[in-house]
Design a protein around this ligand. Sequence first.
Ligand SMILES: Cc1ncc(COP(=O)(O)O)c(C=O)c1O
Ligand SMILES: [Zn+2]
Length: 415
Amino acid sequence: MKNVVLRCKICGQTYPPEPRYMCETCFGPLEAFVTPQDDPMTLRQRILAGPPSLWRYVDFLPVERPLAGPHTGWTPLKKAENLGRMLGLRHLYLKDDSVNHPTLSFKDRVVSVALTKAQEFGMDTVSCASTGNLANAVAAQAAHLGLRAVVFIPADLEPQKRVGSGVFGPLVVAVDGNYDQVNRLCTEIADDLGWGFVNINLRPYYAEGSKTLAFETVEQLGWRAPDAVVAPVASGSLYTKLWKGFQEFRRTGLIEGPLPRMYGAQAAGCAPIAQAWKAGREEVQPVKPRTIAKSIAIGNPADGMFALQVARESRGGFEAVTDREIVETMRLLAETEGIFTETAGGTTIAILRKLAREGAFDPDETVVAYITGNGYKTLEVVADGLEEPVAIAPTWEDFENRVLPRLTAPVPALS
Ligand SMILES: Cc1ncc(COP(=O)(O)O)c(C=O)c1O
Ligand SMILES: [Zn+2]
């Protein structure tokens, strides 16, 4: 049996690894801790011999053995030469979870861990409160495992994300309200049902899955941490767990030296953590979301306070950008690097650009931006601004008259 413990993030009280998420003493959130017993050489060899998935890091995850997501994780870390040149960064990398398996977002990671734990606990129904991507991931993996899935989403979600859940056959519950209302409802019902709500009563286990993004980054960079990272922030879970991942690799001796400055990216229409950061507050005041970046539209972030601590401790920070900038940088990323990300990725790249322009990075630093979702799920936000295709008849004349004159600009790579 692995050495797994739940610990209260506020008072430090510990609990055995049960389906529990709140401290009985102070009502603080619980966090899972796994302590690998081996020396760094042994751990590293086991990782290197592991599968090309997030499960190569099973020693650092709070489950006995993988029972879900056999193909999740181990996504590309792409050197972004073109975007890097534009931003004055010689070592810019994109960690591309827009191609994660099976549902094209980083949520496949957290769900792989949560559904493994749900099965360890003997739960037959899994559920979540979701801004879209999580519902897709829960529905897909539950289908594969033969579990019943009930996913709760805000009624105004992007159509592609609705379809991207419904196709797997779960019960989709569209709540007439925003994510924070969906989450409140799910928190009220989670305790009574014996279901595994991945981001509520399984949250301590679920959240650990995001550490694998940090682990993969380190391994793919050749066993070193970047100098700075930029990641999108909704509840703050991904952002705080990236930091925990880097810390755990250093604590176990898998890497040495300084850890990255952690920059968090929010949309201005829902930026409670960025606002607290700018105002120098240590606590987050909830806001009412109004942004096209629906996947990160959480007005009352569960891990907001802890995210602020990570920004301070790592000497990073928080920024927010407008919806217009988000769409602009979704296109910029697509046109420079051939990666089509959704609004959360646009937010990340917009903030990367903002920080680069403000001189937050040295040109020789290694900077990693986390692309956590796929643009095919938020098509309508970019569709409007695109040029219509050149419409022609199937004739040489039309080709010559309408197409060739459009090709007067030089090929980008040659210009
Ligand atoms: C694509 C994408 N990126 C980032 C996030 C942020 O996640 P967190 O709630 O862990 O901050 C989400 C959350 O739903 C998301 O869907
Ligand atoms: Zn406590």
